[in-house]
Design a protein around this ligand. Structure first.
Ligand code: PLP
Length: 389
């Protein structure tokens, strides 16, 4: 293997390519008999496995109510709807589109605020500064597995009488002082899509301590039909099928070992890339074991020599796909162009500097070292790479 990066004509670090991520699934042998029994029973949805999965997750997350839904997005929509809010909701702009869309679907006005430059989670002082007489709630996000400053958010919202809830799509596998997320605010919603630690193909879990929220979401995932066909409100079809529930159930037992492995991957990336000029890492909050749903690096173009997008292209040439999460940020998206324009310096910089590297719950550590080696090789020839365009 030469020292020449692939973008300059060297041979790629991964001639066959390495996946950006891969779902880690339970062994087929354990699932096959359960799938077959479910299939033969004809009970494909609204069957017993959905409730079994919910009960298992109530135990795992240590919360009184978990409601399984078809996606994190639908869970967020129904959770927000359950609160019956009208007005402005403060939300970090540095997040995935589904965060803000849930507010829009519920006719709430998102008020975008900045994030902390190191943890990448919502800046509580920015939330405080954005409060107006029309503010009715705050929506937090656990970003890449790093939770926001929950005690500070809860104290602020309690003092001001505001609703508080969370998009915790990335949060399964995270521990805060040795306890899973799920019990903060009025509700938290987790995602079970294939890029997450507990993949159920598609799906979401609404975790809440509030019975009222759980009852609303249970009815809302079934059109808002209490059983009499006299709907109490306009719900959705957001049910979780039995197939999805079985897949989720089978994965729960391994969730902690998946998170532990991702932390090992993160340690290798830290060790191998830590000294590179212009590369920084997300700061994980004190007392947290992150799920590392993603592994972001922050690329300072001046110090590193090329910008994030250029590095992404050079890594792609090595057979290493990356993701520029989250660009554009929420306040820069066309869907929100009708809102008053705001300037959020940290968010705008991060959305142009963050590059997520490959990670998976069973990623071979040699592959991780090779990704890091390819990145260092690019940096060693960064002046030539820069002129390569
Ligand atoms: C922060 C965040 N929120 C919400 C979602 C949407 O999750 P789902 O695809 O399960 O609806 C995602 C998806 O990755 C996400 O990253």
């Amino acid at each position: 293997m030469t020292d020449l990066p692939a973008i300059l004509g060297g041979s790629p670090a991964f001639p066959e390519g390495v996946p950006f991520t891969r779902p880690t699934l339970p062994p087929w042998e354990t699932l096959a008999p359960q799938f077959e029994a479910m299939y033969r029973s004809g009970n494909l949805t609204k069957g017993p496995h959905q409730r079994r999965f919910e009960a298992r997750m109530e135990e795992y997350l240590q919360v009184p109510h978990v409601v399984a839904v078809s996606s994190c997005t639908s869970g967020l929509m129904l959770g927000v709807q359950s609160l019956g809010l009208e007005g402005e909701v403060i939300v970090p702009s540095y997040s995935f589109m589904a965060t803000f869309h849930a507010l829009r679907w519920c006719h709430l006005k998102p008020v975008f605020v900045d994030c902390e430059p190191d943890t990448l989670t919502v800046d509580v002082e920015a939330v405080r500064a954005a409060l107006t007489p029309r503010t009715v709630g705050v929506m937090a996000v656990s970003l890449f597995g790093n939770p926001p400053d929950w005690p500070a958010l809860e104290a602020l919202c309690a003092a001001k009488g505001l609703a508080l809830f969370s998009d915790s799509a990335h949060g399964l596998g995270t521990l805060l002082h040795d306890k899973p997320l799920g019990g903060w605010g009025s509700f938290e919603v987790f995602s079970l899509s294939p890029t997450k630690l507990l993949p159920a193909a598609e799906g979401g879990l609404v975790a809440t301590r509030e019975e009222r929220v759980a009852t609303w979401v249970r009815s809302g995932r079934d059109y808002g039909n209490p059983g009499s066909y006299d709907c109490e409100f306009a719900g959705l079809n957001a049910r979780m099928s039995e197939l999805h529930a079985l897949l989720g159930l089978a994965g729960v037992e391994n969730l902690d070992s998946y998170a532990a492995h991702r932390n090992r991957v993160a340690e290798v990336y830290h060790a191998e890339l830590g000294g590179l000029p212009g590369i920084r890492f997300q700061k994980i909050r004190e007392g947290v074991r992150s799920s590392y749903k993603d592994f972001p690096i922050l690329v300072d173009p001046e110090a590193f020599g090329i910008d994030r997008d250029h590095l992404g292209r050079a890594l792609q040439a090595e057979g290493i796909p990356t993701r520029a999460y989250f660009f554009p940020a929420g306040h820069e998206q066309t869907a929100y162009a009708d809102l008053p324009q705001v300037h959020l310096p940290h968010t705008e910089r991060l959305s142009r500097q963050v590059l997520c590297l490959p990670i998976a719950s069973h990623m071979d550590l040699e592959e991780v070292r090779r990704v890091a080696w390819a990145l260092r090789r690019i940096h060693a020839r960064v002046a030539d790479v820069k002129v390569s365009g």
